[in-house]
Design a protein. Structure first.
Length: 363
């Protein structure tokens, strides 16, 4: 209806908008090239708010405004057709713009809104969605530190899982803290194995902490490492993520459970990703347990970039495009043979080079 309005005066156009605000479909406008592109009236913009996504249930997103008000929001359907190949276009940690419906539809009593825009993210942790090989799942966005809680046993966390997680974090330049939990359950031989593993990752440059909820080992270090940062906590179900969070922030009272005696695996107790404010400064995002970590958004030639020790030594390879698999004069393979690069890390690197069109568990 706006194409032939070049002969109308500005006052006439304004009157037209006020009389028929439903005709306005865009937020920005200008008069150019003889066409009038409608301006969203000021009174319509007043219902737009900005906030932080603090909880995601898959269909609803809890958004907190700066004044502390909470809104339960859904997303516009066209979010899924804008090239975002993700099962969750909006993630915990996202800063969003939303419109307010002004009614309550959920049992929470929060006002209901509709998310219309997502601010640019500074980073995010992403993995391949289970059973959906071409879809991704964004674990969390806009984070200062990723915390990977692992257990050598009870349940077992493999180096393959650890290395895939670290590579994904490296891709988005997210610092990682590796927390080795349940250390009190290990025997002498297992403790030596743990110390060797910590030595591998510390040498690369990753900060590692030993913790035990039963003895209190490392709890103060864990608390200090989280202070004044936005942290996301990941790991298998049963490694003790929620238990550790409850110790450093008792008021949260997150649900916990024991691991399965039959299978030595954890049970899901955290159902939805949720962001909590820490009383000593900072935030923590508690996430559901991850069974496997399928990689996404990596080309074969760039994978070595996300293994810092491999990338550093690759400068000495004979060929600039060395894949470190079959080429002569490969400095990386020599470094593996002499122990400069851990065999487990090299195996993880080779595993990521394999194309996996179909989703494959990372253990």
């Amino acid at each position: 209806m706006w194409k032939n309005h070049t002969k109308l005066g500005i006052s006439q156009i304004s009157t037209t908008i006020l009389m028929n605000p439903s005709a306005v479909s865009r937020e920005k406008s200008e008069i150019t090239g003889g066409f009038f592109i409608p301006i969203l009236p000021t009174f319509a913009k007043k219902s737009l708010k900005k906030g932080l996504v603090i909880k995601s249930t898959g269909s609803w997103y809890t958004v907190e405004c700066e004044n502390g008000e909470l809104y339960d929001c859904k997303i516009k359907g066209n979010f899924r057709i804008k090239g975002i190949k993700s099962t969750n276009p909006v993630a915990v940690g996202d800063h969003v713009t939303f419109s307010v419906k002004g009614t309550t539809e959920n049992n929470t009593g929060n006002k209901v809104g509709l998310i219309t825009a997502i601010n640019d993210r500074k980073n995010y942790i992403i993995r391949r969605s289970q059973n959906l090989s071409k879809q991704s799942h964004i674990i969390a966005a806009n984070i200062d530190q990723a915390v990977l809680v692992v257990t050598l046993h009870f349940p077992v966390t493999t180096t393959t899982f650890i290395d895939r997680y670290l590579a994904s974090a490296e891709a988005y330049r997210i610092p990682v803290l590796i927390v080795f939990n349940k250390t009190d359950l290990l025997n002498v031989e297992q403790t030596e194995e743990l110390n060797d593993l910590i030595s591998v990752y510390t040498k690369i440059g990753y900060k590692c902490i030993k913790t035990s909820a039963n003895t209190g080992l490392g709890i103060d270090d864990f608390r200090e490492a989280l202070k004044d940062k936005i942290n996301v906590v990941n790991g298998h179900s049963g490694v003790g993520k929620s238990t550790l969070i409850n110790i450093i922030e008792p008021g949260l009272q997150l649900k916990t459970s024991d691991i399965s005696d039959a299978h030595n695996t954890g049970k899901h107790t955290t159902t939805f990703s949720t962001l909590y404010k820490l009383s000593f400064g900072g935030y923590i995002i508690d996430t559901p347990g991850i069974k496997a970590f399928g990689m996404l958004e990596m080309e074969a030639w760039e994978i070595s970039h996300y293994f810092p020790e491999i990338f550093k030594i690759s400068d000495d390879c004979q060929y600039n495009n060395c894949s470190h698999t079959h080429e002569p004069g490969c400095a990386v393979k020599v470094a593996v043979e002499n122990g400069e690069i851990a065999v487990s890390r090299f195996i993880s690197y080779l595993g990521l080079l394999e194309t996996d069109e179909k989703y494959r568990p990372a253990f």
